[in-house]
Design a protein around this ligand. Structure first.
Ligand code: AVI
Length: 324
């Protein structure tokens, strides 16, 4: 991580010794746009990751449990389609329950290669799984799955490479990022490789809005934690009491948008810059896209993937899609 000394001038709050330069430039650029925005990848500091974990257990948040049920039901069929002795590459590792569902079902998998930017996190994942699956070689890959990855050459010795991208994280990517992901995955997994993706589906806003604005306020705390992080790490002076969480269904773009709405006209300061908010003005913090099955298939097909099989729950809330 590149860091720079935090300038002292113009700051009213905390005094972090070093700041993450990429975080700082993303925040300054995002708050300078006419529609203020912050990239959702910055949600996941330690507190944000804990809050996301809590979200996955909320009664209103159906995606995690529905995907786990689908994977439980389809694991053996999926394993039959993937074949024996695969190398499984998990993009954005950490979905421990789902990983185990697949590793348990696959026939004599040779390698498990979780991809994550945190070396320490990957070490923990690989150590835990190595104890449980002594016959599978752990090959953690440190990197961002949205950029080119060094795939260990020994994974080529497996019968086939099976990519796994669960959790509908694909829904948090832009169109360009989705296309880039599919193209890179094709190169990394090879022409005979397969890809399994968990993708959330379009549905009534009556189900979607509570899933992203739950009655216990956990999603609101998750969203506002981004402001707390900016205060802590960049010396910002956001007053969390003066911003409200909002979840909006954008039908034209088929996505839930999360926003932080300024309750009043106010100015905030960070890194020596001041940002003005009108009362009711929002910061757009996340898109969570909801796909149709043909919609995701056509994005994949444009990037050289062929749909192989789709599994859904009976209510068609969520899908697990396999491409080859
Ligand atoms: C991680 N990602 C798939 C979640 C989603 O549903 O888009 C993040 C999330 N945001 C609010 N609740 C959960």
């Amino acid at each position: 991580m590149s860091t720079l000394e935090r300038p002292e001038a113009g700051l009213r709050r905390a005094k972090p010794a070093v700041i993450d330069e990429v975080f700082a430039s993303d925040v300054l650029a995002g708050l300078s746009k006419p529609q203020k925005e912050l990239p959702c990848r910055w949600f996941y500091d330690t507190r944000g990751s804990e809050l996301f974990e809590a979200i996955t257990g909320l009664p209103e948040y159906y995606p995690t449990k529905t995907e786990a049920k689908i994977l439980t039901a389809c694991a053996l069929e999926l394993s039959g389609l993937a074949g024996p002795r695969v190398a499984m590459i998990e993009y954005g590792a950490g979905a421990a329950v789902k990983t185990r569902l697949l590793l348990d079902a696959l026939e004599a998998p040779l390698y498990y290669a979780p991809v994550d930017i945190s070396a320490a996190f990957l070490r923990g994942v690989a150590e835990n799984l190595a104890r449980e699956y002594p016959a599978i070689a752990m090959r953690p890959i440190i990197g961002n799955f949205l950029s080119d990855l060094e795939i260990p050459t020994e994974l080529q010795t497996a019968q086939r490479r099976l990519g796994f991208f669960p959790g509908s994280t694909i829904g948090n990517l832009s169109d360009d990022e989705i296309t880039a992901f599919f193209r890179r995955a094709r190169r990394q997994l090879g022409e005979d490789g397969m890809l399994v993706i968990g993708a959330d589906l379009r549905k009534s806003p009556d189900i979607l809005i509570p899933a992203y604005d739950d009655s216990a306020g956990v999603t609101a705390a998750f969203n506002k934690n981004l402001l707390a992080r900016i205060n802590r790490e960049l010396g910002g002076d956001f007053d969390l009491e003066r911003f409200s969480h909002k979840a909006v269904w954008n039908d034209a773009d088929s996505r839930i948008e999360m926003h932080l709405v300024s309750d009043i006209a106010q100015s905030i300061t960070l890194l020596g810059k001041s940002f003005d908010f009108a009362g009711g003005e929002s910061i757009h913090t996340e898109n969570s896209r909801k796909f149709s099955v043909p919609g995701l298939q056509s994005l994949a097909e444009d990037c050289g993937w062929r749909p192989v099989r789709v599994w859904e729950d009976p209510q068609k809330l969520f899908s697990v899609q396999m491409f080859g």
